[in-house]
Design a protein around this ligand. Structure first.
Ligand code: TXA
Ligand code: MG
Length: 334
């Protein structure tokens, strides 16, 4: 059921449901989450079950601010404090050492915990209403089945999980999931790129932000960083502009089953082909990415051809999601 948060009593109803151990579709500025009281073990287990997600893959806990972060984190190093000051509330998740015995299920048994303070006004109001009911944080993975495309509207969540109450916060402004920075290893490690660029993170951190491959000792695994993820039903192929043009020229009657997301304006002799332009601005492309993949799936195409995004750092988040969607297509889906 979709709930309009501007209706009187709607936020209280949603917060009551969370405090009673129910699940809730939660709008954030990145993507919609499937939320529950992070300290209610039964509710958190239901998130894993509903998503079909392995219990060892930890969930992000959403908090109202750095104070609530102290409830879940054993220690907040200076580095994390600098990043919080710069980007919270916002699309940044920090991995911190977990306070023992707190949110065990959400953390998937790991000794660390992922914390994020969302900027979406509905998420903020809900977190405040939950805090008033003694709920310190909301465990919320993206509200999609494991490995699939993340939802960026309330309707997408309702499509995935028909029985879950969803707060409608409109279309997510950012459109791709938060950047995840591991702060437990002395130097920041970017586990998942997001809308905040590596350059911006480095400026706030005052040091280089590492890639997980740069570190010798294996760190925490993030399932969002598996080679295959974010998979639509159709097969995704990434191609450079030239290759895409050639492929279109060679198309015959198969065109009806193909959708194209290209940076260049393309033409095709076939009117059956679905052609959409990828915005020139990386933030706008991120905003449209998952909704575009879902729309192509709805049109029941078999193939999605995407022009490879530019190599610049600002495109890292979009490129990352598209590469994983294409890797799923290549048969690497977990
Ligand atoms: O933008 C977002 O982050 C969205 C919205 C709903 O906030 N949430 C989201 O959650 O993307 P999810 O569960 O789809 O992705 C969470 C990622 C996973 O890759 C998970 O492995 C990683 O965060 N993660 C969570 N806790 C972790 C931990 N303690 N150590 C390492 N990775 C962790
Ligand atoms: Mg996800």
């Amino acid at each position: 059921m979709i709930l309009d948060p501007t209706q009187p009593g709607a936020l209280a109803q949603a917060a009551d449901a969370v405090a009673a151990g129910e699940l809730l579709g939660l709008p954030t500025e990145t993507v919609y989450g499937l939320a529950a009281d992070a300290e209610n073990a039964g509710a958190v287990r239901r998130i894993f079950a509903l998503k079909g997600r392995p219990a060892s893959h930890p969930l992000i806990v959403h908090v109202a601010g750095s104070e609530a972060a102290g409830h879940f984190a054993r220690q907040v190093p200076d580095l994390a404090q600098r990043l919080m000051a710069a980007f919270w509330p916002g699309p940044l998740t920090l991995i911190l050492a977990r306070r023992e015995g707190v949110a065990d299920e959400a953390a998937g048994g790991h000794t660390s915990i992922g914390l994020r303070c969302p900027a979406h006004p509905v998420a903020k109001s809900l977190l405040a209403a939950c805090a008033a009911r003694g709920v310190h944080g909301l465990a919320a993975p993206s509200a999609n089945r494991f490995g699939r495309v993340s939802p960026t509207t309330a309707a997408h969540v309702a499509e995935e999980f028909a029985d879950v109450l969803v707060l409608d916060g409109g279309a997510c402004a950012v459109g791709i999931e938060s950047a995840i920075v591991d702060c437990t290893r002395g130097q920041p490690v970017l586990l998942r790129p997001g809308a905040i660029s590596r350059a911006e993170l480095e400026k706030a951190a005052g040091c280089r932000v590492r890639h997980p491959d740069e570190l010798a000792a294996p760190g925490p695994q993030a399932p969002g960083t598996l080679a295959a993820h974010y998979a639509p039903r159709a097969t995704v192929r990434l191609m450079d502009g030239k290759m895409l043009k050639t492929a279109l020229e060679l198309l015959g009657s198969e065109a009806a089953h193909i959708a194209v997301w290209s940076r260049a304006a393309l033409k095709s002799a076939s009117r059956k082909l679905i052609l959409r332009r990828m915005p020139d601005n990386p933030a706008q492309a991120a905003h449209e990415l998952f909704a575009t993949l879902r729309a192509f799936d709805q049109a029941q195409v078999k193939l999605i051809w995407v022009e490879t995004p530019p190599p610049e750092i600002e495109w890292e988040g979009v490129r990352d999601r598209l590469e994983r969607a294409a890797a799923s297509a290549a048969g690497a889906r977990e």
